[in-house]
Design a protein around this ligand. Structure first.
Ligand code: MN
Length: 582
């Protein structure tokens, strides 16, 4: 009886929050009906903890309500395990609750089939999972809420299952939450998984940061009144100033990068300042810099240039009182909610605005949201990679590894894997640009095509008509998309060449060079050593930092051409060679 009352109370909390969000009474009635259906369906089941099963769907529904989602998502949260774990079928759901809720429950049920074991390449299922992402993100949000509650109660699960679930959380769900911009969920999922995956590291970190955390916390508590006082002199009255400790797992990763030296981490605790509007964000930044010296390179304007996942804030690290480095994060209330709830923050707003008498908030177009470039990308990948192994490989590299974010000359942000080169960039912009890439400028300076890009770089690709990709590019490209396109393009080029070989083989060599005295002489020497007839040599210098040498030769066979190119590449100063049939 007691338990029943507790559950009814959680339901009432959900209904209360829904009412506050602006949901109509009819929506609340639907949720009540759903709750009864789910309770009945699960009535003979218990959680591993011994509690009645319904506590789990209730916890999931409550989380979705807190994210201010629509009634269909909350209802599907309550029903999400009924098809998987009870006698109820998807048709029962459809009959009782309609197509949309049935669709969401079906999506979650499908995701439940996925088992990531870390070593296995469960490609087909992962592909399904990501197609579900592209189809409707609400399915993923239900699954994230489901996973979060399961992680919170993971202690009750059999030991051998713990690690697998935790690893899946770390490798699949946390990165997904990050991509959806739900930073808070990402951090929580990682921290929940951390002790199961790295138990020793986790307890080491807890022991070794305890004092440091305490010191920092006390320091920030002393600092906040000082900051408030100084702000008021400037006429600034923030909505909220609070200290925010770094999540354990992200701290662990940061420590790994700093030789596990806790003294080198200056943002164990950041001061978060929430203000009225964007103007106040910059005024506040100015006030902080007036008081304390900022550390160069640590001022980040994510308001002017948001992160690709939508995150906005101003960050700065200053030498604060007592000589302590201190990070400030300055944002508006709206930005704060976005950072906590990701893209769902926008849906929630739009639902509030469109809450019509008919009460049909529209979620159509979510998957087609142009801002979610990666959703588009997933769809593209699915088309390109018919082989599941290859598809998984592309996801692993392009989706889960660390990312860098670079700019096109027009200021668009492209999301690339760490270590990506101008060639990866070029192919991501367009395959024609990749195929015809002849050189690259990064931050207005010429760089080689295998240059390692860093976040914040402005990348410009110099193209050349009729150029073809170079086999060597395969040695350094990081994205599977680029690799695939290079291979395809080279194959097409070879076929073209094979055809041309029958009719004659006059070839134009185009050499990108760094000029030096004697270079041209060395080049002609290599050509005559190969007993190849050189018909003409010209150079193009217009709009170029270095000249392009164009040589007309005639060769009898493809191998002899390949051999020549191989030798020419070894000549000091020859950067890149392309050829076309004249
Ligand atoms: Mn579940």
């Amino acid at each position: 009886m007691d338990v029943k009352r507790t559950n009814d109370k959680i339901l009432n909390d959900i209904l209360k929050k829904m009412r506050e969000t602006g949901h109509a009474e009819a929506n609340l009635a639907l949720i009540k009906r759903t709750y009864e259906f789910a309770t009945e369906a699960h009535k003979d089941q218990k959680r591993k903890s011994g509690e009645p099963y319904i506590v789990h769907p209730l916890a999931v529904a409550e989380r979705l309500t807190n994210m201010k989602l629509d009634k269909e998502t909350i209802a599907a949260g309550l029903l999400h395990d009924t098809v998987e774990d009870t006698e109820r079928t998807i048709d029962d759901i459809r009959k009782n609750f309609g197509d949309e809720i049935a669709f969401l429950v079906e999506g979650v049920t499908k995701l439940d089939q996925i088992r990531y074991k870390g070593t296995e390449r469960n490609a087909e299922n992962l592909r399904k999972m990501f197609l579900a992402v592209a189809e409707d993100i609400r399915v993923v949000l239900i699954k994230l809420a489901d996973r979060q509650h399961n992680m919170e109660t993971l202690e009750h699960v059999a030991p051998e299952k713990k690690r697998r679930i935790a690893l899946e959380t770390l490798e699949i769900y946390a990165p997904l939450a990050y991509r959806l911009g739900i930073g808070e969920t990402k951090g929580q999922l990682e921290d929940l998984a951390f002790p199961y995956i790295y138990p020793q590291e986790h307890s080491w970190l807890k022991d070794h940061t305890k004092d440091t955390f305490e010191d920092r916390k006390n320091y920030i508590e002393r600092l906040i009144p000082v900051v408030k006082n100084e702000f008021s002199k400037e006429g600034l009255y923030p909505i909220d100033i609070h200290a925010r400790a770094k999540h354990y797992y992200s701290l662990y990763k940061k420590l790994l990068a700093h030789g596990m030296d806790i003294d080198k981490i200056h943002d164990l605790i950041a001061v978060r300042v929430v203000v009225k509007n964007i103007e106040d964000c910059y005024k506040t930044l100015g006030a902080i810099h007036k008081l304390w010296k900022p550390i160069p390179g640590r001022i980040k304007d994510y308001i002017a240039i948001p992160k690709p996942n939508g995150y906005r804030s101003l960050h700065t690290t200053i030498f604060g009182p007592e000589g302590k480095m201190t990070e400030f994060q300055i944002r508006t209330l709206e930005m704060h909610q976005e950072a906590e709830n990701g893209i769902t923050a926008h849906w929630a707003y739009s639902e509030a605005k469109t809450e019509s008498p008919k009460n049909t908030p529209s979620f159509s177009g979510i998957a087609r949201n142009k801002n979610l470039a990666w959703v588009q990308q997933l769809r593209e990948w699915h088309k390109e990679f018919q082989n599941p192994e290859e598809f998984l490989e592309s996801l692993k590299i392009d989706f889960f590894k660390n990312r860098i974010f670079v700019f096109t000359p027009k200021g668009e942000v492209l999301d690339l894997p760490e270590g990506a080169t101008p060639v990866d960039f070029a192919y991501q912009v367009h395959s024609t640009i990749g195929d015809t890439a002849a050189g690259a400028k990064v931050n207005s300076k010429m760089v080689s095509l295998d240059y390692r890009l860093s976040s914040g770089d402005v990348v410009e690709i110099l193209t050349q008509k009729n150029k073809r990709p170079n086999q060597d590019w395969l040695e350094f490209v990081k994205t599977s998309g680029a690799r695939k396109k290079i291979t395809t393009s080279i194959r097409k080029g070879r076929e073209h060449f094979a055809f041309a070989k029958k009719t004659g083989s006059s070839v134009e060599l185009r050499l990108n060079i760094k000029d030096r005295i004697g270079l041209l002489k060395d080049v002609s020497q290599v050509i005559s050593d190969q007993k190849i007839n050189m018909k003409s040599v010209t150079s193009e210098t217009k709009n170029r930092l270095y000249p392009l040498i164009v040589i007309q030769i005639s060769v009898k066979t493809k191998p002899s051409l390949e051999k020549l190119i191989f030798r020419l590449k070894k000549v000091n100063g020859v950067e890149e060679i392309n050829y076309k049939l004249a």
